[in-house]
Design a protein around this ligand. Structure first.
Ligand SMILES: Nc1ncnc2c1ncn2[C@@H]1O[C@H](COP(=O)(O)OP(=O)(O)OP(=O)(O)O)[C@@H](O)[C@H]1O
Ligand SMILES: [Mg+2]
Length: 505
C-alpha cells in the first residue's frame, strides 16, 4: 500500500531520523515502536505532510506511477489526505465547543447553492457525519456538542474525522492513552473491522500488551534509526524491548520497603475524614504517613482525579475535614497546598501541564518559583542547575535545557512535568497517571525513583490505570468505584484482588 525509504529528517542540523523505512500492506495493523524520543511522531508527521522530510522517498499503490516514488511529497496533512493518508495525532485537537458533525468537517464543509462554495450544506454535513460515526461503531447525536461526550467517544470522533476522506492508510499516534480497558477493546473492534475492509493502519503505543492484542507486524525505531521489521509472532515481548532499547531491560533496582510503622501519638502527614464534594466525590476517609506510598485504584471516572484535585485545593470540598500534621486546613487554592509541602503532577500534560513556548528550564523551575514566592527569585543559573539535575535524573531527552518544551517528544514532556513537581521537594506527592505515554524503560526508572523518594520520607499518592504498577509500588491500595471509596487492600495484593473489590463494589 505504501512504502517509505531512506527517510531523513533534521531539525536545525540535528538529525532526528536517519535512513528510516516503513512498509505497509493493505489490510494490516502495523505497530510503530520505540522509546520516548525515538522519532515515531516525527516519522508520522513526515508521512502525513505535517512537516517536510530532509530526504527520502514515498511509493504508493494505485498512484499514477505505481512502483515509482511519487514526484511531489505531500505538502500538508490535507494533501496527504487526498492521497488517502489520514492521521489521528498524539495530541488530540478537537474543539469541545463545536458539535460532533462540525468537528468532523471543520475546515472542509460540503457546500451548496447558486453561489457554490459560499453556503455550507448543513443537512449534508450532519448526514455524512452520521454515516461516519456509525462506521466507527458510535450511535450518538452528531448535532450535540463534542464536550457532551466522554473522552473515549471523542477519541472515536477523531478517527471518524480521519476517515472522512477516502482513506487507505490510517495512522494513530497513542490513541489509547486515555481510554480504559473496555474502551480500548471497543476501539480495537473498530480497528479490526477497518483492517478487514482493506485499510493499512499504523498504531503507536507504549502498552506492549496492546501491541500483541492487535498488530500484525512491528517496525522498531531506536534513536532515529530503523532497527527492523517483524511479523508479530517472530518478535516476543523481551525481543521487542531489546530491539527498542538496544539492550535487555535491567532488573528493577529498588524494592518496596516495609510499611512505615504507625505511631499512634504522631499525627499522620495528611488525614481526611468524610471529605467529599457534591456529586463529584462521596465522603471518604484517607490517611497518608511520611514514607508511605498509597495506590489509588479504580476505573476511569471512579473519582480518582477528583480526590486528587480536592486534596490539592483545585476543588473545594463541601464537607469533611482535612488535616496536615494534625492541623485542620482549608485550602482555598493550590498555593495553600504547595505551602504545606503538597505537589500534584496532573494527568493532562497538555492542558494542565506544559507551557509549550517556555524552555525546559523554565517549565521545570515553575512550581518551585511559585512556592518561593515573588520575594525570592531563582536566578537563571539556579534554574539551569536545577533543570540540568532533573534532566539527568529522569533521562529527559532534550538538546539542552534552553529548548522550548513543546519541541520535546510527548513522553519527554511528561517527564519534565514530573521534574517540575519533584523540584519542589514535596512532603506529599500526588501523581495522577505519571507514566502515561512513557516508554517501558523510563516507566521502570520512574517507579524506582518514586520508591526511592518514599524511602527518604516522602509520602506518595499514586494514581494509575495500570493495575500492575499500582500493586507493585503501593504499601496500601485504596479502591474507588463510582465516586466513593469501597475499601483498602494491603501491600502484596494481586491485581485480581483489586479488580474483585472494584467489581464487588
Ligand atoms: N520541531 C522540532 N524541533 C527540534 N527537535 C524536535 C522537533 N520535533 C521533534 N524533535 C525532536 O525529535 C526527537 C524525536 O521526537 P518524536 O516526537 O518523534 O519522538 P517519539 O518517538 O514520538 O517519542 P514519544 O514516545 O515520547 O512520543 C526528539 O528528541 C524531539 O525532541
Ligand atoms: Mg510521540
Amino acid at each position: 500500500m505504501l512504502q517509505l525509504t531512506g527517510i531523513h529528517k533534521q531539525f536545525a542540523g540535528i538529525p532526528v531520523l536517519r535512513d528510516v523505512q516503513l512498509r505497509l500492506y493493505p489490510g494490516e495493523i502495523h505497530a510503530l515502536m520505540g522509546q520516548n524520543g525515538a522519532g515515531k511522531s516525527t516519522l508520522i508527521k513526515v508521512l502525513t505532510g505535517a512537516i517536510p522530510p530532509s530526504g527520502g522517498q514515498m511509493r504508493l499503490a494505485g498512484s499514477e506511477s505505481a512502483g515509482e516514488p511519487i514526484s511531489a511529497w505531500p505538502e500538508s496533512p490535507l494533501a496527504a489526505q487526498r492521497l488517502g493518508i489520514s492521521t489521528v495525532y498524539q495530541e488530540v485537537n478537537l474543539c469541545p465547543n463545536l458539535s460532533v458533525a462540525e468537528n468532523i468537517y471543520a475546515g472542509r464543509y460540503p457546500r451548496k447553492g447558486l453561489l457554490q462554495g459560499r453556503r455550507i450544506d448543513w443537512a449534508a454535513v450532519n448526514q455524512r457525519a452520521r454515516e461516519l460515526v456509525a462506521r466507527v461503531g458510535l450511535d450518538i447525536d452528531v448535532t450535540r456538542l463534542l464536550s457532551d461526550y466522554p473522552v473515549a467517544v471523542q477519541q472515536l470522533v477523531s478517527i471518524a474525522r480521519a476517515l472522512s476522506i477516502e482513506s487507505r492508510v490510517l495512522i494513530l499516534d497513542e490513541p489509547t492513552s486515555s481510554l480504559d480497558d473496555d474502551e480500548v477493546r471497543k476501539l480495537f473492534d473498530v480497528l479490526r473491522r477497518l483492517r478487514d475492509e482493506g485499510l493499512s493502519i499504523v498504531f503507536v503505543t507504549h502498552f506492549l500488551n496492546q501491541v500483541y492484542a492487535i498488530s500484525d507486524r512491528i517496525t522498531v525505531l531506536r534513536n532515529g534509526s530503523w532497527v527492523g521489521e517483524w511479523p508479530v509472532a517472530d518478535l516476543p515481548a523481551p525481543a521487542l524491548i531489546a530491539a527498542m532499547l538496544g539492550r535487555e531491560l535491567a532488573a528493577s533496582s529498588t524494592q518496596r520497603q516495609a510499611e512505615p510503622a504507625f505511631d499512634a501519638n504522631q499525627p499522620a502527614l495528611l488525614e481526611v475524614e468524610g471529605l467529599g464534594q457534591g456529586g463529584q466525590l462521596q465522603p471518604m476517609d484517607l490517611r497518608l504517613r511520611a514514607g508511605e506510598v498509597v495506590g489509588l485504584a479504580g476505573l476511569l471516572g471512579a473519582g480518582r482525579t477528583e480526590l486528587a484535585r480536592l486534596l490539592f485545593g483545585l476543588e473545594l470540598p463541601d464537607r469533611g475535614v482535612l488535616r496536615v500534621d494534625g492541623q485542620v486546613m482549608a485550602f482555598s487554592n493550590p498555593m495553600d497546598a504547595i505551602r504545606q509541602g503538597l505537589a500534584l503532577c496532573p494527568e493532562e500534560r497538555k492542558t494542565d501541564g506544559i507551557v509549550a513556548d517556555l524552555s525546559v528550564r523554565e517549565n521545570i523551575a515553575l512550581a518551585l518559583q511559585a512556592r518561593q514566592g515573588m520575594g525570592r527569585f531563582l536566578s537563571r543559573a539556579e534554574q539551569s542547575a536545577l533543570a540540568q539535575r532533573y534532566v539527568e535524573l529522569l533521562g529527559i531527552k532534550t538538546a539542552s535545557v534552553e529548548t522550548p518544551i513543546g519541541l520535546l517528544s510527548g513522553g519527554n514532556q511528561q517527564k519534565a512535568i514530573l521534574a517540575r513537581w519533584l523540584a519542589t521537594e514535596p512532603r506529599l506527592l500526588i501523581l495522577d497517571e505519571p507514566t502515561r505515554g512513557i516508554d517501558v524503560a523510563a516507566k521502570r526508572e520512574i517507579m524506582d525513583q518514586i520508591l526511592r523518594l518514599a524511602q527518604a520520607g516522602m509520602a506518595v499518592l499514586f494514581i494509575s490505570s495500570e493495575m500492575s504498577e499500582v500493586v507493585r509500588v503501593a504499601h496500601r491500595i485504596v479502591v474507588l468505584r463510582d465516586r466513593h471509596k469501597v475499601g483498602e487492600l494491603p501491600a502484596g495484593s494481586s491485581e485480581d484482588a483489586v479488580y474483585e473489590m472494584i467489581a464487588a463494589g
